[in-house]
Design a protein around this ligand. Structure first.
Ligand SMILES: Cc1cc2nc3c(=O)[nH]c(=O)nc-3n(C[C@H](O)[C@H](O)[C@H](O)COP(=O)(O)O)c2cc1C
Length: 200
């Protein structure tokens, strides 16, 4: 897919509305170029069925998607940039985000969809907020997203990381709010240790 115009899909993966992850990703999205299209989907609104592994049943193909799965599949394929906005749950992505990513395994096997080939070269981003003040505890989340991007041939763009527990608390995290200003538009040339709020 051509790089221009950019089209961002924001997937909100918290199990509550108005949480810290949503606050942080919306703060970052305010700094996107106005030409960039934005689509926002809240996974908890979509009722995506639990993923079922059909690889070794029958011909191993996944039936064409319908309902919430089709909505998400179409939105994913239409995006140049997929942004996973997941709170840190048990050191990794939330259950709804994990279920969405599990569905990618099925989409790889839908005849004619060419999911992997079409996603190749697009960008994957992460945004997360955690309760713990120790930054390293988000490493499993960052690793899940980074390795998934690599598997898909996508460009991994790192995680914007904030701290907070009660909704709104992330607004006290000055480093995260500063990093949010350039997260989507700045260069990706620094590592986690020297960029507060960003992990690669
Ligand atoms: C099910 C669950 C698991 C959590 N696991 C972690 C965790 O492993 N590490 C951590 O630092 N915070 C953890 N937290 C705290 C959340 O990451 C934190 O409250 C965050 O602000 C929630 O995101 P939200 O405000 O976007 O909903 C957990 C919270 C919940 C509800």
């Amino acid at each position: 897919m051509a790089d221009s115009p950019r089209s961002f899909l924001f997937l909100l993966g918290s199990s509550r509305t108005g949480g810290n992850t949503e606050t942080l990703v919306r703060a970052a999205a305010e700094h996107l170029e106005p030409e960039a299209a934005q689509r926002w989907l809240r996974l908890s609104d979509l009722d995506l069925p639990p993923f079922r592994d059909l690889r070794h049943l029958g011909d191993g193909r996944t039936p064409a998607a319908e309902g919430a799965e089709k909505t998400l599949q179409d939105a994913t394929l239409a995006a140049t940039d997929v942004v996973i906005a997941s709170p840190l749950y048990w050191y990794s992505v939330s259950g709804s985000v994990k279920n969405y990513l599990d569905h990618w395994s099925g989409w790889l096997r839908v005849p004619g969809l060419d999911f992997k080939a079409r996603m190749g070269g697009r960008r994957l981003w992460g945004v997360t907020v955690q309760g713990d003040e120790e930054p390293d505890v988000a490493e499993p989340l960052a690793g899940t997203l980074r390795l998934s991007a690599e598997y898909m041939g996508m460009e991994w763009r790192g995680v914007l990381l904030g701290y907070g527990s009660r909704p709104g608390q992330v607004l006290r995290d000055a480093a995260a709010l500063a990093a949010a200003k350039t997260f989507f538009t700045g260069p990706r040339d620094t590592g986690p240790r020297d960029t507060p709020g960003i992990r690669y």
